[in-house]
Design a protein around this ligand. Structure first.
Ligand code: ADP
Ligand code: ZN
Ligand code: ZN
Length: 741
């Protein structure tokens, strides 16, 4: 047998298997996924690598083949199933195998597990008493102190005893040798969450919850595994449904992973799970220490917990028998990795589940088009929760047409309606949230008189203003001179739209003197717990108005909030991205879901220059299906995902002229690949930030009906890039179905 090894050096040219002989001392123990040290390269430098498979036949003359030196010390082995997952990730998302292997191994190094030593009295009391007298007689004070303490309490914590009794380790050893006491060693895992024993109130599921749970459980009992989408409005009790599903998996002796977006990873969520699963729940997050993270992974690997909660990377938690993966808020862009391999947690979870015989449950109030599309095609099972658990109605949503405000002469950022409602809430001592949508870029050009937005004639996304007064499309590179008057109505109130949280805070302070205002944005939350602290202060009634970006939309429940104002809903609507409509719908729906979660009924005001846009109309009605139909027909017409597959090729380099030329060459080559008609090439275009730190950027897009076609094209493009010197000094990255370019 020979070991197939991936060397731990990230370089395209080394991204292949190197074979090594297995020394006799390792013949028995070497396993797939182990990290080993091997001689590598000309100087036989000691280099680390991972065993990914074994071969019976040597790939070349075994006489010339080098031998593995040893297993790397303190290393973590990757389980064979995760090696297979890594291979799939490399295949599906690009990058090198070593990058994928490291991604599925979130913890690379063993950490010391803390140990606790306890001293136990083992000889019988009578004998111990005699011994104590003897020590006293012989004036052996230290021994006497220890024994007297043990006679008082037969279990003593080692560290405590040594310190409190002022002893040396030799005293303990002496008593141990005489058979008087014994040291017991136990492992202590660092715990990021204080385990709380809480009594769980009995819950009576709603009919819809009952149906969703029953469907899942019956499938599970029959041994059927699959992917489910829980589409439930905010407050419909999705978390309770997830927990009931996990209970089923646990009942069968299996474990579960629960993914939540990092921003929503609050202790509230963990406490809810603890109420049901007690101490058999743990969490992972980026704020924990290496030791804490290592311990949580060990608890999972050794089956001491049943549920792991965490952000994207928790997907790679190793369990003895993984039975279920839950992805809450599956539409969140944070589920797509921004590092190579640029994987999406949804697809990766589904593949991992297939390897391990587990099920996947996705949940959202505003499912991604991708997930809903797969339901329509019958690939996922749709489970719907249409009503809120508590009788409370969904909030009433008003749309304020900002073009009308301008006509009335109101140039303020507040529509008359929103201003009146805020005043009303201040009088009633109820709370208001003012939400500014900053996800989109402020670069688009719109007319404040008629709402017209200048778009690319080819791609149907908004053009962005660039320096030098030009408007540019970020997909195809189309350009035109910036307009000074509206091409539709001739109004001169046309231009880029800008407003920040700070500005809104100031304007609110001027409009509503005496109101207590809190602001939450990147500036005010820079400190470690800044985010939590502001939300808590607001939840405690510490302010009348909370002004913030999309950060305020998630997490806490605010029963005191009865009014949500959405300023500039258009900002995300006209970002230069084909997902603009979807993001707007999601943000508006989630923001609206914040109103009226308490006893009082909620109201929402959406301020917009495009009141007729379907994203705004359907969000106001909370009508996901209508939104989906409209958005899907747009994607189909334009050939955007999920109606088609998209591959972005991001090229960066220090020399702009060279970069532009190289992009043209690459485009030409891609076009020849796509000549059979199964591939379309768009661009090259300059992305929103065309130049960062003196590095220029260009993006090329490939579109196809078939993912396989894009993977093949990527392989061919990589070869082409490797053999052509014109791409030297450039970085070329591939991103399948990108989310944040
Ligand atoms: P979602 O995740 O869909 O927004 P949650 O699961 O957070 O909804 O539920 C909202 C609130 O309703 C929570 O406080 C939860 O404890 C409560 N809840 C959920 N299901 C029920 C039920 N069947 N009976 C009573 N309360 C419930
Ligand atoms: Zn106009
Ligand atoms: Zn275009």
């Amino acid at each position: 047998m020979y070991a197939d090894i991936i060397i731990d050096i990230t370089h395209e040219k080394l991204d292949k298997i190197f074979q090594y002989r297995i020394p006799d001392k390792l013949k028995e123990d070497l396993r797939i996924g182990m990290e080993v040290v091997v001689p590598f390269g000309k100087g036989n430098k000691e280099t680390k690598g991972y065993v990914v498979s074994f071969s019976e036949k040597p790939g070349y003359d075994p006489e010339k083949m080098k031998e593995i030196l040893c297993v790397a010390k303190e290393s973590m082995a990757i389980e064979a199933k995760l090696v297979a997952l890594a291979a799939w990730m490399k295949e599906t998302y690009g990058g090198t195998m070593i990058q994928s292997l490291k991604t599925v191994l979130p913890i690379k190094k063993k950490e010391k597990i803390r140990q606790k030593r306890t001293l136990l009295l083992v000889s019988d009391r009578e004998e111990a008493q005699k011994k104590l007298d003897w020590y006293l007689e012989k004036n052996q004070k230290a021994r006497a102190r220890l024994l007297a303490a043990l006679l008082d309490s037969p279990r003593l914590e080692y560290d405590f005893a040594i310190k409190k009794l002022n002893l040396s380790a030799t005293v303990v050893k002496a008593l141990e040798e005489q058979g008087i006491l014994k040291t017991e060693v136990s492992q202590v895992y660092r715990s990021p969450v204080a385990a709380r024993k809480q009594s769980r109130r009995e819950i009576c599921y709603t009919k819809e919850q009952e149906m969703a749970i029953r469907r899942f459980r019956e499938d599970y009992d029959r041994g059927e595994r699959g992917t489910y989408l829980v589409h439930g409005v905010t407050g419909s009790g999705k978390t309770e449904v997830y927990m009931a599903m996990i209970q089923k998996a646990v009942e069968k002796g299996k474990q579960a992973i629960v993914l939540i977006p990092e921003i929503a990873l609050t202790y509230q969520t963990v406490m809810r799970f603890q109420r049901v699963f007690g101490e058999r729940v743990s969490i992972l997050n980026s704020r924990m220490s290496a030791g804490e993270r290592y311990d949580q992974m060990e608890l999972a690997r050794t089956g001491q917990i049943d549920v792991m909660i965490g952000p994207r990377s928790a997907l790679f938690t190793l369990f003895p028998d993984l039975g279920l993966i839950i992805i809450d808020e599956e539409h969140e862009p944070s589920y797509k990795s921004e590092q190579v391999p640029r994987y999406h947690a949804r697809e990766t979870a589904i593949y991992r589940a297939k390897l391990e015989g587990a099920s996947v449950v996705l949940g959202s109030a505003t499912p991604s088009l991708e997930a809903y599309y797969r339901c329509r095609k019958g690939e996922y099972v749709l489970l719907e929760l249409k009503s809120r658990v508590r009788e409370g109605n969904l909030p009433h949503v008003w749309i304020a047409d900002m073009r009308e405000e301008l006509k009335k002469g109101n140039r303020s950022i507040f529509s008359d309606q929103l201003r009146e409602l805020i005043q009303d809430r201040l009088e009633k001592k109820q709370q208001t949230m003012l939400f500014i949508n900053r996800r989109g870029y402020a670069g688009f050009i719109s007319c404040r008189s008629c709402g017209h937005v200048v778009k690319c004639p080819h791609c149907d996304v908004s053009l962005s203003v660039h320096r030098g007064g030009r408007m540019v499309c970020h997909y195809c590179g189309y350009e035109e001179k910036a307009v000074t008057a509206c091409p539709v109505c001739g109004s001169v109130h046309i231009g880029g739209f800008r407003a920040g949280t700070q500005q809104i805070e100031e304007m609110a302070a001027r409009e509503f003197p005496g109101a207590r205002i809190l602001r939450m944005d990147a500036d005010t939350t820079r400190n470690k717990d800044g985010h939590e602290k502001i939300l808590e202060a607001f939840a405690d009634g510490g302010a009348d108005i909370l002004v913030g970006t999309q950060m305020i939309v998630k997490g806490h429940d605010f029963p005191g909030v009865t009014l949500v104002g959405i300023l500039a809903a258009d900002m995300s609507l006209y970002s230069d991205d084909y997902r603009a409509g979807e993001r707007t719908f999601q943000l508006l729906t989630q923001a609206a879901g914040r109103a009226g979660r308490g006893r009082e009924e909620g109201e929402v005001v959406i301020q917009t220059y495009s009141p007729e846009h379907y994203s705004i109309q359907t969000a106001a009605r909370q009508d996901y299906c209508a939104f989906y139909e409209e958005e899907m027909s747009y994607r189909e017409m334009m050939g955007y995902p999920p109606a088609a597959e998209l591959l972005a090729i991001l090229m960066t380099g220090p020399d702009e002229t060279k970069l532009i030329l190289a992009a043209e060459y690459l485009k030409g080559f891609a076009e020849r690949l796509g000549a059979a008609g199964q591939l379309a090439v768009i661009g090259p275009a300059s992305p929103y930030v065309g130049k960062v730190n003196d590095v220029y950027r260009r993006i090329l897009y490939l579109k196809s009906d078939k993912y396989d076609m894009l993977i093949k094209a990527k392989d061919k493009l990589e070869q082409y890039i490797e053999i052509n010197t014109g791409f030297k000094d450039m970085r070329i990255q591939f991103d399948f179905n990108p989310m944040n370019l």
